[in-house]
Design a protein around this ligand. Structure first.
Ligand SMILES: [Cu+2]
Length: 153
């Protein structure tokens, strides 16, 4: 009798617990744009702070863009990603730290973005070091990546 009641309570509570857990992780959208509020060839928002376990959908709002992680701008053990041109891609971030990413065909136009996952700054200096080299390839918007990184503090 008692066990039966307890079992029924668990059956009732279990989906509620699973549902609550799901609510904790969010899905964020970053648009890939020819023209944004801060200039041409931009991710919007280009600087994003999210919680561990959140997902970011890079939305192919305008065509001919992609989202790809930049080697040297990932936390240790984090997975790289490399989206296809003109396609949405969703990335779930389970490892905290700073992530730098680019639109591959427009990297030279400083079409880059930064995501901070959790409150972890441990690889920020590594990302900044990589940025010094990376931004030498920019033919415009030379300060963009530095500006984005300076927003993380
Ligand atoms: Cu692009």
């Amino acid at each position: 009798m008692y066990m039966g009641t307890l079992f029924r309570k668990i059956l009732i509570l279990l989906p509620i617990c699973l549902y609550s857990f799901e609510l904790l992780s969010e899905v964020h959208t970053v648009k890939m744009l020819n023209q944004g509020s801060t200039g041409v060839m931009v991710f919007e928002p280009a600087v994003l702070k999210i919680n561990v376990g959140d997902t970011v959908t890079f939305e192919a709002t305008d065509a001919a863009h992609n989202s790809a992680s930049i080697p040297g701008m990932l936390p240790p053990n984090a997975n790289a990603w490399n989206g296809q041109l003109s396609r949405d891609i969703s990335v779930t971030f389970d490892i905290p730290g700073i992530y730098g990413y680019q639109c591959t065909p427009h990297a030279m136009m400083a079409m880059v973005g930064v995501i901070q996952v959790g409150d972890d700054y441990s690889n920020l200096q590594n990302v900044k070091n990589s940025a010094v080299q990376f931004k030498t390839t920019f033919v415009m918007n030379q300060t963009r990546l530095d500006d984005y990184l300076s927003e993380l503090n």
